[in-house]
Write a protein that binds this ligand. Structure first.
Ligand SMILES: Cc1cc2nc3c(=O)[nH]c(=O)nc-3n(C[C@H](O)[C@H](O)[C@H](O)COP(=O)(O)OP(=O)(O)OC[C@H]3O[C@@H](n4cnc5c(N)ncnc54)[C@H](O)[C@@H]3O)c2cc1C
Length: 436
């Protein structure tokens, strides 16, 4: 991808050079997903010398082909009343969108035990409150990053439309809508079934109604991350692909350097933005990082002739659709199946089948690009952002669950203010790694 051409031998400080270099303001960000790139942006803005490394390509992880919603309307955590039952039922249903594959791993048991304990109304609201503070902060940052096409990313501020097929679906969603409106001031415009096809002619007649969250937005995730990265490279941020963190070299309560597949790198600060892989660092960092990979799928095809204008979610069939300038994406599923890399054709077919009851288009398959990504899930649905308890100069920025795109700018800002010691725009306590 875009950054493979970097001459890594020149960019990485090898041991002998490093001794002569002053690393005081040098930050290494491990992980070039949306969270790593956002962190690099705000650190660069504060004057740090930033290098981002990734074991694969920049943007090649979960940030690659997700739905691209910037969606405060999604702040209600996955740990909500009734989710345990949904998980248990899924064991018997191979087509369940939320699915737990039985695995005999202690970490997984512990994760689900903690998750199950939080599936209650009070903790759901508490969690959503913290996520909303980040989503609001991010929203302002998106405006300044993207409005006026400073960064090309197919940024659209036309909301997110939750469309229901049945009256029962409309009534069930009303509970969610009331919570969002009463607790978080997230008001939706309700469009009755009879007006839906006028509202968006790509919808089939006969649907029951929809809730439009006008404050949500969307973008093309890969275009965003690549253009943002290029912009950072022009400002002096070094981006090194195919460079895997292998080992950390530590003394007392500090990390001195990391060994990577491309050599040793020294720095004053280390930001671990390693997404779903983050739990692999727990032993090295001597802390709990309860992040489980949760697989989701998307499929991208050429834009159909009759295409929705607004990004939409169909909660009854648990699928989301995002129209882009030249393509159209369907995304869904939450599979807790470890680091499973398979993309079963049945799952991709299910994406089309789930969207068809809502769309006039027959969704002809042209230039089909199936994809999976591992969402980095924490059992309390909150990201983990903050200094690692044992190592003063190590900071985690991970665990963004289903909202990594939405929360990225706020996360990057928080990472930069935690490292620079400047005041934070949001309260960092709820996100601290110390909570585990
Ligand atoms: C189907 C689907 C739809 C989604 N839709 C949305 C949406 O509409 N809106 C939204 O806000 N969120 C959405 N998400 C969630 C979002 O994609 C994630 O929360 C987000 O991408 C996480 O970003 P990240 O940077 O933490 O992880 P990643 O993008 O996965 O990046 C982590 C990076 O770390 C690198 N890495 C890991 N270990 C090492 C190592 N040892 N050395 C070097 N590099 C390493 C990896 O290669 C990877 O590139 C969706 C997710 C899925 C799966």
């Amino acid at each position: 991808m875009a950054f493979n051409t970097i001459d890594c031998n020149k960019k990485i400080m090898m041991k002998s050079d490093a001794a002569q270099e002053n690393n005081a303001d040098k930050v290494i960000v491990i992980g070039g997903g949306i969270i790593g790139i956002a962190s690099a942006h705000y650190l660069n803005k504060k004057g740090f010398d930033v290098t981002v490394i990734d074991q694969g390509a920049i943007g090649g992880g979960s940030s690659y082909a997700n739905c691209g919603y910037i969606c405060p309307s999604h702040v209600l955590p996955l740990a909500e009343p009734g989710m345990v039952k949904v998980g248990i039922k899924s064991l018997l249903n191979p087509l369940a969108a939320f699915k737990v594959k039985p695995q005999f791993r202690m970490a997984m048991f512990r994760w689900f035990y903690q998750f199950a304990k939080r599936c209650n109304h009070q903790q759901m609201i508490e969690g959503a409150y913290h996520l909303k503070s980040m989503a609001d902060d991010s929203k302002q940052e998106f405006e300044s990053l993207l409005t006026g096409t400073k960064l090309e990313a197919q940024w659209k501020k036309n909301g997110l439309f939750y469309v229901m097929k049945t009256q029962q679906g409309v009534e069930e969603f009303l509970t969610t809508d009331h919570i969002l409106s009463d607790h978080f001031d997230l008001k939706a415009r309700f469009i009755a079934g009879a007006h839906l096809t006028d509202f968006d002619p790509a919808l089939k007649p006969g649907l029951a109604g929809g809730y439009l969250y006008e404050n949500d937005a969307s973008l093309e995730p890969l275009e965003f991350i690549i253009n943002w990265s290029k912009n950072l490279a022009n400002k002096g941020v070094k981006l090194i692909e195919q460079c895997q963190l292998i080992k950390m070299n530590k003394r007392n309560n500090k990390i001195l350097s990391i060994d990577t597949s491309k050599g040793e790198i020294k720095a004053s600060h280390f930001v671990f933005a390693t997404g779903a892989w983050s739990s692999h660092l727990a032993t090295e960092l001597s802390c709990h990082i309860p992040v489980e990979p949760c697989k989701g799928y998307s499929v991208t095809i050429d834009r159909p002739a009759v295409c929705p204008e607004i990004p939409m979610l169909f909660p009854e069939h648990r699928v989301g659709v995002t129209p882009f300038n030249n393509s159209f994406r369907l995304g869904s599923m939450m599979e807790f199946s470890g680091f499973d890399t398979k993309i079963p054709s049945s799952r991709i077919k299910q994406l089309y089948q789930s969207a068809k009851p809502y769309l006039k288009s027959s969704l002809d398959i042209v230039n089909e690009k199936p994809w999976y990504g591992w969402r980095p899930m924490t059992w309390d649905s909150l990201p983990i952002i903050g200094h690692v308890p044992k190592y003063d100069n190590a900071l985690l920025a991970t665990g963004h669950n289903m909202l990594g795109m939405t929360l990225a700018p706020s996360t990057g800002k928080l990472v930069a203010s935690l490292i620079s010691g400047e005041p934070h725009a949001i309260d960092p306590k709820p996100f601290s790694p110390n909570r585990f």
